[in-house]
Each structure stands twice: as C-alpha cells, then as structure tokens.
Design a binder for this molecule. Structure first.
Ligand code: 0RQ
Length: 502
C-alpha cells in the first residue's frame, strides 16, 4: 500500500524476494525477526531456501547461522531446515523439522536465555552479524520503521548487521504505529545505567525502530499472515491446574503477601498458561496488569472484560480467532498493549523490580524441586529455555506447571532426579500438576521432597517415589541434606529409553 513505504530512497530499493535473498551468502550469519510465530519475514527465507537447494544440487555448500527473537514458523525455520541450510541456530526454536536436525546432530543449537541474546551479541560472544532480515509494518522517512507484531531482537539486529533486508508486510495492521516502545538507552558495561521502568505500561523509549538507510540493501513487499496456531479447547487437567493456581493467589492476597489486584503477571505460551488466564477471567480479580513475553488470547479476553488494565510484551501469539478480534478493534487496544524489545520485556532488573508472578510450563521436576524445561531423557531437546529463566529466577513468585504424567501415563513428570536442569531447586517456588500444588518456599530439601511427592506426583508413581526417597535416606545416614541413590537416580529415564515407560 502507498502508506507503507514513505521513504523515497528506500522505495527505490524494492525488489523481489528472490533478488533480496541473493544478498545473503553462504556462511553468513543472519539475524531474523520473529518471536512465537509473530513478525517473522514471510518471503525471503523461502527464496533463500530455494537458492540453498539449488546450490546443494550443484554440489556447493550453502548454510547460514540463524539468530532470531525466539521461535518462528514453518516459513522460516521450517524451510531453511528442510533445505539443510542451517549450520547453527540461536536462541530458541520450536520447529519440528529443525528440532529433529538438532537432535540428529546436523545443526548446532545455542539454547540461551532470551534476555541475554542481544547483549551477548553486542559483547561479541557470538561473532559478527552479516545480515538482518526484518519484517516491519511500514517504513517512514529518515530510517524510522514501524515495527510488526513482534519486536524481539530487531533493534539489535538492525544496529549490528552489515546488510539489512526489510520485508514490509501489508497484512499487518498499519495501525501498529504507536503500539511499540523501543528503548535505545542500553549501554555496555562499564557504562550501564539503571533502566528507569517502574510500572508495566510505562513508556521509556520510542515508538519506532531505527535503521541506517545506507545499510538497507533490499526492501520486499509481502502480504501474508503470521503463524497463528489454534488453541486446543481447555481440558480438565488445564482447568484443574488453573483453579489450583488462582486459588493459591487468593491465599497469598489473604496473607497480605500481595495486593488485591495481584502483581504483574507473566505467563509462558501454551494451553496451561491460557487456562490460567481463563481462570482469572472467571475470578473476582480486577485491576490486573501483565508484564510478559507473549500476548495469547487469554490476555485479550482479560483486556476485553476490563479485568486487565494493560499488557506489556515483546510479541503476539494469538490464535486465528484472536487475530481476527484484535485486527477488528486495533485502535481500541492502543495504549493498553505495548510491545518492547525482548532485552527489556525479559530484563532481570525490571522483572525483579516489578515483582512479577511468573507462570511457566515444564517437562519434569524432581523430588527436590529442580526443574527441566527443555530436554527429554536428558539428551533430546524439545524447544528451549526461552524466557522461563529470565522470569522465574527474578520473579516475586514463580510457578512451574505440568500435567503429572506425559504420553498417556507412561511417563511421570515427577522423577527422583531431573535428567536435565534448567531451573535449580534454589530458583523454584511453587509446582503445580493436576494432582495438586506444592508450595516449596522456605522448605529444606527433604521437606520439599515430601510435599512434592504428596501433592504433585500421579498416584501411579507416588509409591515408587516414596520408596526411592525412604531408601535414599537409609542408605546414607550422614548425607541426609539431599538424599540420593546415585546408581538409581536416573533409572526412571533409563527405563524410558529402554522400554518407552518409566
Ligand atoms: O509432546 O505433543 O509430542 O506429545 O512435550 O507438552 O504437555 O503439551 O505442554 O505445550 O506447555 O509444553 C515445557 C515443552 C511444555 C514448554 C514445555 C512432551 C509432551 C508434548 C509438550 P507431544 P505439553 P506445553 C516463555 C516461557 C520452555 C520455554 C518456556 C516449553 C510436549 O512449556 O517449551 O518456558 N517451555 N518459555 O508429550 C517426555 C516428559 C514430558 C514430555 C511433556 N516428562 N517427558 N515428553 N512432554 N512432558 C515463552 C517463550 O519463551 C517463548
């Protein structure tokens, strides 16, 4: 559309996706936009994948390193992986084809805290960034860009990359102008200053991203939707976990550990997180705020109901129905939704200051409260740590939630020893399964074990956990702080690998 590219020089650099993809060379490191399936480039990755396949057919090597905000979509991670075009991927993914290649050893994956990527890139820990491919909603004069449905690491990639390719997606609402707050005050140590953000909806930056127009080598026009995945209908387990969690928040308010309007909420992506938002919708809570990563349908519901006064995030993660609702009333949401860079949405300093309530999923927890968010049986990656560490470690109060079993009851989510640890026992406060809620605050390891086994384990596995715990205490009477039977601690996972069951 005519209102999408308002810079004369950059309008002159419009070209096809195929021509733009030719700007990316074998061996390049490329920073892509995209976070939870929102705001990723829709056309250039596919055109690049075709060039990679053609090069491979000629017997030439053509692979790149890809950095992003977080997960993208089949049109980006999926096509590049299918073309065997990725050598390394940072910092989060959830694509089935890419996951298989990582687990097959074909692609190197650096699974990093999402608040760390931008600074680690600036510190030079990852090496130079050759190119950036960034989706925007519009290009304004003088190198100002209206961001798209996610901000992610775009500010950093735009500043850092030698060559910039912009995709202007006219499917994204032009009304996005004014929805973003891009903070340009970050500095590198030893010159850092405090981030002056003291309430979730406070603006501390600019509504626009900036780019040096001289570095923009291509502009591509697109009109394509984000990857908007439908949400599964709420099942009994999600509802049960949501009820437990909301009831626990009531308990915290009654004990004066939280105001009646709670503290800013952060929730991970997925059905349980969405169920918790649905639980809050049905509850008496009002005047809620959210400082989170991703805006799912449940947060829109809370905004629509007037129970949530505002939400700060770095991306959308809406269902097709959620997108329709949002697009139909974009202007009504202006001022109540802010998208920031992920270095700010997930910033440990800000998370600690605001005192978040952090709610995230897990794969498994052990009886002492160590949490595994990322690996199956210790070795195979599922998605990645994402923002869960940024939030949980620094929150006022954190929850890790999961059904007590996986794969139709074959696997226990509560195990003697976690096969991989993303969140240590020191960082984990409340565990929730459909069986119950274990408040671990202020408990010693053995008290935690009793509570986790009693409250959270599935009845099919409870006796065996109990038995492990009792025998571990008898076996080492002078090592009773965190009793373990080292030969058996990972036996449940060995059994999973050998028999498909724990
Ligand atoms: O796999 O579909 O093949 O059966 O894991 O599990 O129960 O559908 O739950 O979608 O909430 O995902 C931890 C992976 C949970 C997610 C995790 C298998 C299970 C299924 C998904 P199938 P569910 P969810 C901010 C927060 C890390 C990032 C994060 C995650 C699949 O929450 O990636 O927190 N978290 N980000 O069968 C073997 C077990 C299992 C298991 C589940 N114990 N053993 N497989 N599964 N438990 C957001 C961002 O950072 C963007």
């Amino acid at each position: 559309g005519a209102d999408r590219i308002l810079d004369r020089a950059l309008a002159g650099r419009v070209m096809t996706a195929a021509d733009a993809a030719a700007q990316i060379r074998p061996g390049d490191t490329v920073g892509f936009s995209g976070f939870t399936g929102a705001g990723y480039p829709k056309a250039v990755p596919g055109a690049l994948a075709e060039r990679m396949t053609a090069a491979h057919d000629r017997g030439e090597d053509f692979r790149i390193q890809a950095w992003s905000g977080a997960s993208t979509a089949p049109d980006l991670d999926g096509v590049l992986a299918a073309a065997h075009g990725l050598s390394k991927r940072i910092p989060y993914q959830s694509d089935p084809v890419l996951r298989r290649q990582i687990n097959d050893g074909e692609v190197e994956y650096v699974d990093a805290h999402l608040s760390h990527t931008a600074q680690h890139s600036w510190f030079g820990f990852y090496g130079p960034l050759d190119a950036a491919v960034i989706e925007v909603a519009a290009i304004l004069p003088h190198g100002l860009l209206v961001p798209s449905s996610s901000v992610g690491n775009n500010k950093t990639w735009l500043e850092h990359a030698d060559r910039v390719v912009l995709e202007v997606n006219s499917w994204q609402p032009r009304e996005f102008e004014g929805f973003h707050d891009v903070y340009y005050g970050t500095r590198l140590p030893p010159h850092r200053a405090p981030i002056q953000l003291t309430s979730p909806m406070q603006r501390i930056g600019d509504p626009y991203l900036r780019v040096d127009p001289d570095r923009v080598v291509a502009v591509v026009e697109t009109n394509a939707p984000d990857r908007n995945s439908p949400l599964a209908p709420l099942d009994d387990h999600s509802r049960a976990m949501a009820d437990l969690l909301v009831d626990f928040l009531r308990h915290e308010v009654r004990h004066d550990r939280m105001p009646a309007s709670l503290l800013p909420l952060q929730s991970g992506v997925g059905n349980v997180a969405n169920a918790v938002m649905a639980g809050l919708l049905e509850s008496e809570f009002e005047g809620l705020t959210s400082y989170t990563e991703t805006i799912q349908d449940g947060l829109l519901d809370l905004l629509d109901a007037g129970k949530l006064t505002g939400v700060s995030a770095t991306s959308f993660g809406l269902s097709p129905d959620g997108v329709r609702r949002f697009n139909a009333s974009v202007n009504d949401y202006k001022g109540r939704i802010l998208l920031r860079s992920q270095e700010i949405s997930n910033h440990p300093e800000v998370v600690r200051r605001l005192g978040l309530i952090a709610i995230n999923g897990m794969i498994e927890a052990d009886i002492y409260g160590n949490v595994n968010s990322t690996h199956v049986a210790g070795s195979a990656i599922m998605n990645g740590i994402g923002g869960s560490g940024d939030f949980a470690r620094n929150a006022y109060l954190n929850f890790f939630v999961s059904p007590s079993t996986a794969k139709d009851g074959a696997i226990s989510a509560i195990v003697p020893f976690a096969s991989h640890i993303d969140h240590t026992e020191h960082d984990v406060q409340v565990l929730v399964t459909e069986q119950g809620l274990a408040d671990l605050r202020g408990l010693s390891p053995r008290a935690r074990a009793r509570r986790i086994i009693d409250r959270c384990a599935h009845p099919d596995f409870r006796d065996r956990l109990e038995d492990y715990f009792e025998r571990a205490q008898k076996a080492h009477p002078h090592a009773l702080h965190t009793p373990h039977l080292l030969d058996e601690a990972l036996g449940w996972h060995r059994s999973l690998l050998e028999t498909g069951r724990m």
